[in-house]
Ligand binder design. Structure first.
Ligand code: DX5
Ligand code: ZN
Length: 230
């Protein structure tokens, strides 16, 4: 069975109690913290930056080394990458449309000491990976258009995930390089197994977890569904 990771997105957390919220999802069994950064420019919403990332790391680091998975929805990208690395990010992902030089940005993320991810919007073709997949640690498939939590999963993403799984497995067979396949948007208890069967191994869930009354039982229900996916 594949190793599955569940990454609660802070976008749906209660921001007035953010420290308690991230500690609560860690205690509830989260594998990563997904940190959505929006600039009201590349996407039509505005969230949080490196200062808040640093504060989140400060509250978590004494108790856990859980990865902080930063999803940058900002343009330009490069200026802000070292700030997130210094703020404690483990993985930094960005959208190719938001970077002038995708290969350079990947290099910059690695030089900053983080793992690098590329994010594919629903209409972004897999061909953007053609000359960079072998350098990436993660590919994030958006199953909603970026900018807001609580949107409906776009079913067509499943086909893209299937095709991407083939490419990622081919890279692993050739070079032994493990690339995470993460999915973001509309992931719920009742569709997570189908997304896993399509080939995803890492699941962002915002509203499904933070809008539920019991984070631990929601994450446990997701794990049960994943176990049934094989
Ligand atoms: C959307 C964000 C997502 C969002 C997902 O642009 O990247 O991470 O929080 O929210 P849900 O899980 O509610 O669709
Ligand atoms: Zn996200």
């Amino acid at each position: 069975m594949r190793t599955y990771r569940i990454a609660p997105s802070i976008l749906s957390a209660d921001f007035a109690r953010l420290g308690d919220e991230v500690n609560a999802v860690v205690a509830a069994g989260a594998d990563m913290i997904h940190f959505d950064v929006m600039d009201n420019h590349y996407v039509p919403n505005l969230t949080v930056g490196p200062l808040v990332c640093e504060a989140v790391c400060k509250t978590l680091r004494p108790v856990t080394d859980i990865p902080i998975d930063v999803h940058l929805m900002v343009r330009p990208v490069d200026r802000i990458v070292p700030d997130f690395a210094n703020a404690g990010a483990s993985i930094v992902s960005f959208h190719p449309e938001a970077s002038e030089h995708v290969d350079r940005t990947i290099g910059l993320i690695h030089e900053s000491g983080c793992k690098a991810g590329l994010v594919l919007n629903p209409a972004t073709p897999l061909s953007v990976l053609d000359h960079v997949l072998h350098k990436l640690d993660l590919v994030l498939v958006m199953s909603v258009n970026p900018g807001f939590g609580g949107q409906q999963f776009i079913l067509h993403a499943l086909e893209k995930i299937r095709m991407l799984r083939e490419r990622i497995d081919a890279i692993a067979a050739q070079s032994g390089r493990a690339v995470m396949l993460e999915v973001d948007g509309g992931v719920k208890v009742d569709n997570i197994a189908a997304i896993a069967r399509a080939g995803a191994d890492t699941f962002v869930a915002g509203s499904a977890i933070f809008a539920s009354h019991d984070y631990a039982s929601t994450i446990a229900a997701m794990r049960d569904a994943l176990a049934s996916a094989g």
